[in-house]
Ligand binder design. Structure first.
Ligand SMILES: [Zn+2]
Length: 137
């Protein structure tokens, strides 16, 4: 397996205590990228929350994001914050949610704004899976 995360980040991921985080990773392991939407005000949050960050309601429900998205902007970090450098990250337009930051699994040189992407999943440990987007061929 290609190493894309350092030991410090892996330890931090294991310490997530929020119930929404546990559910998020359980769903990622099932290869479903999901988040939460508020039943009171209708706003969606990403990453998911156990309460609404807009109106503070705890009446939320989970929904699965569409597999396809569109690349809005992208860059590459020579010194990566979380993953092994160089890390390509992008702002991705997801229908029904909005614009989210995500890792892009593709060389920077081949990317273009407006390009169609699809979500994919990668196992880091048996318990921790992560998502990323990659160009649709
Ligand atoms: Zn709300």
């Amino acid at each position: 397996m290609r190493e894309i995360i350092d030991a410090q980040t892996a330890a931090a991921l294991r310490q997530f205590g929020d119930s929404a985080s546990e559910e998020f990773y359980r769903r990622l392991k099932a290869q479903r990228l999901c988040t939460t939407r508020c039943d009171q005000c209708g706003e969606a949050a990403f990453p998911p929350r156990s309460f609404c960050p807009y109106c503070h309601s705890r009446q939320i429900h989970w929904f699965e994001l569409p597999r396809r998205a569109r690349l809005y902007a992208f860059t590459q970090q020579g010194r990566s914050l979380r993953f092994i450098a160089p890390e390509v990250i992008g702002l991705v337009d997801v229908e029904g949610l909005g614009r989210i930051l995500s890792r892009i699994d593709a060389p920077l040189e081949g990317l273009r704004i407006g390009q169609e992407l699809e979500v994919a999943f990668q196992e880091l440990t048996p318990e921790i899976w992560v998502h990323h987007y990659r160009p649709v061929n």
